[in-house]
Design a protein around this ligand. Structure first.
Ligand SMILES: *Cc1c(COP(=O)(O)O)cnc(C)c1O
Length: 362
């Protein structure tokens, strides 16, 4: 399964899913939960406790929009792919106006263009960016953009769902006020949770926002401090998924984050070199923009994306992802996330592709 998420869970994660399910008010579970939040805080390299919400990362992204964006806010939405584009709907629902800075989906956002928009619109108060827009396989320069947004004084929401834990990206060093990720991509755990780092400044804005959801499944506030002793959970957390996340965080720390990032980068490099060696083209216009966690390549002329995907699956047992939205029909995507980020898997994929492309495809 060389997919772009969910990915094959690590064996440690699968083993953790088999542990006895504890009552959520069991003191032992509450202490354990606090420990998992602390491990997550260390992985995210943040000063304050991150929030774990009970639903795949789109929940966290929508919850961030609902909490942070007030009805008087002008939002700059940076669009280089399907996920970035999708954020506009939430920004429009909660804010006053959405300004869009978009590039073709095989390009990345230019920090200078962000600076220009912010200069021309000093009233922009919130900026949203998808770091690695997975359906494009491109990585935006989030650090440079974050510094520009911070200098402007705006708040930054970063979707780092398919980049965190696969490369060196952390909320505080990219000036993200809210940073959302998932266990089911580069951490190699199961889908079902949103992992959200919220900075102090963002908490203050959220708590002052009368329209931020409270008493709602979409409420970030409800989960703030959920790991503190004596706090009740707003709803029953998925106990098994917390076990799985814990195992994935332990594994990440044990392998060493820098080693994990290198493994992802090397796998993507093998995939890119192999594809180019077969005479195929990468989807991103420049190789430097390609993600270390997924490789998008163009389907050769005269072959359908679905036919090629099916041949890989049926003849070689390898499953890759199709494009999505604007990239659907044009590309295939090879995931290098968590356990699938192994150069040997990329080599296997390339030899399978070489075999398939050497024969006619029907
Ligand atoms: C996977 C992913 C998400 C989360 O999508 P889900 O459908 O909730 O898993 C969000 N943003 C990006 C960039 C992703 O790759």
């Amino acid at each position: 399964m060389l997919t772009t998420g969910p990915v094959p869970a690590y064996p440690e994660v699968l083993a953790a899913l088999g542990k006895p399910v504890l009552y959520d008010y069991h003191p032992a579970f509450q202490a354990y939960y606090a420990g998992v939040v602390e491990k997550l805080r260390q992985a995210l390299q943040t000063d304050n406790d991150p929030v774990i919400m009970q639903g795949e990362a789109i929940l966290g992204i929508e919850a961030a929009a609902a909490a942070l964006i007030g009805k008087d806010d002008v939002v700059l939405n940076l669009v280089s792919g399907v996920y970035g584009k999708g954020f506009a709907a939430w920004a429009a629902r909660y804010g006053k106006e959405v300004v869009e800075l978009a590039v073709p989906f095989d390009e990345i956002i230019d920090p200078q263009a962000v600076r220009d928009v912010l200069r021309s619109r000093p009233d922009i108060g919130v900026v949203a960016l998808c770091h690695h827009d997975t359906p494009s396989g491109t990585v935006n320069p989030v650090g440079e953009i974050g510094a520009i947004v911070a200098a402007h004084g705006a708040y930054l929401i970063v979707d780092a769902v398919s980049s965190f834990a696969g490369m060196d990206v952390h909320p505080q060093n990219v000036h993200a006020d809210i940073f959302i990720t998932s266990p089911s991509k580069c951490l190699g755990s199961t889908p079902g949770l949103s992992l959200i780092a919220v900075g102090e400044r963002a908490w203050a804005k959220i708590e002052a926002n009368p329209d931020a959801p409270r008493g709602s499944f979409l409420s970030l506030i409800a989960w703030k401090d959920a790991s503190e002793p004596g706090r009740e959970f707003p709803v029953t957390p998925s106990i098994a998924e917390i076990y799985a996340l814990d195992a994935a965080l332990d594994r990440y720390a044990r392998e060493g984050p820098a080693n994990v990032w290198t493994r992802h980068a090397q796998t993507a490099m093998v995939a890119r070199e192999g594809l180019l060696g077969l005479g195929l083209s990468l989807w991103p216009k420049q190789e430097a923009w390609c993600a270390p966690t997924a490789t998008a390549f163009k389907v050769p002329d005269g072959i359908s994306d679905v036919a090629l995907r099916d041949r890989l699956l049926h003849d070689h047992g390898i499953l890759v992802s199709l494009g999505r939205g604007e990239t659907a029909g044009k590309i295939l995507r090879i995931g290098h996330m968590g356990a699938s980020a192994e150069p040997a898997f990329a080599r296997t994929m390339i030899s399978a592709l070489s075999d398939i492309l050497s024969k006619p495809i029907h």
